[in-house]
Design a protein around this ligand. Structure first.
Ligand code: NDP
Length: 251
């Protein structure tokens, strides 16, 4: 946890960074923070109106001109990811960072009642889609001098919890995939891969999961950005295959 990390203003200058689920919640805050620290941010998500708002906010703040990439992990095919890689290659020629942040909660429900279609949908959005997108984009990260790939985990991806079903399983899979990829890229010192658990954070997803909770007790997406910046920028170069937390555990 690097909650006290003070990112220099130019931390991400000249870096091209893709953020998935950039229209809302933690992804929106990360896109704004990365742009504020100099990155050209590619805003990926399924709701274009939300991405356009983030785009406008970055422009209004004087950040580098971002790009919008509409994509829904539910329906996306291998060809979509390959086309995406081609477009980004033509536009930018490389990727210096990927924040895999888009996520779907599914339902908090006893496993005996878990709907298999919903289970498949959560696995598609949280892990299968991001895996094939990563496969298509790896050559672009390898073209970078110093690329950071961050997968978003959860505390239920490190210890299983009753009723969290597909969401918990998808986050365990995320941790596993990160380890496999980090080990494979061990001889590729310019690409690192880690997981980051944001911890309890005030977003729509958290409100859905814990409807009765007092929002005042939660950190905001902005509060947890120091670790998001540290793990994306050059101060964490060389660190790979590790599981990070964006905030200390709540007492
Ligand atoms: P939000 O629900 O606020 O945001 C999720 C983002 O993912 C939205 O921008 C959403 O798009 C996007 N998304 C969802 N489904 C798809 C899809 N099919 N295709 C493309 N984009 C999609 O959640 P958070 O900001 O809270 O969560 C961000 C990440 O952090 C997730 O991976 C989550 O699992 C993880 N996390 C969050 C915690 C918390 O306390 N908030 C705790 C632990 C982990 P749209 O806006 O269009 O719906």
């Amino acid at each position: 946890c690097k909650i006290d990390y003070q990112a220099p203003a130019d931390l991400l200058a000249n870096r091209i960074i893709l953020v998935t689920g950039a229209g809302d919640g933690i992804g929106r805050a990360a896109a704004l923070a990365y742009a504020r620290h100099g990155a050209t941010v590619i805003l990926l998500g399924r709701t274009i109106a939300k991405l356009e708002k983030v785009y406008d906010e970055i422009e209004a703040a004087g950040g580098p001109q971002p790009a919008i990439f509409p994509l829904n992990f539910e329906g996306a095919t291998l060809k979509d990811y390959q086309d995406m890689a081609q477009t980004l290659n033509t536009e930018f020629g490389r990727l210096d960072g990927i924040l895999h942040n888009a996520g779907l909660l599914g339902r908090i429900t006893p496993f005996e009642q878990y709907n298999p279609e919903l289970w498949a949908q959560v696995m598609q959005v949280n892990i299968n889609g991001p895996i094939w997108m990563t496969q298509a984009l790896l050559p672009l990260t390898e073209a970078s001098e110093d690329a950071s790939i961050i997968f978003t985990s959860s505390s239920v991806g490190r210890k299983g919890r009753a009723y969290w079903g597909a969401y918990s399983v998808s986050k365990f899979a995320t941790e596993g995939f990160m380890e496999v990829l980090a080990d494979e890229l061990d001889n590729q010192p310019n690409v690192r891969v880690n997981t980051l658990n944001p911890g309890a954070t005030l977003t729509q997803m958290r409100r859905t999961a814990y409807p009765g909770e007092d929002p005042e007790t939660l950190r905001t997406p902005e509060d947890i950005m120091p670790t998001y910046l540290w793990l994306m920028g050059p101060d964490s170069t060389g660190i790979s295959g590790e599981k990070w937390d964006a905030q200390p555990p709540r007492s």
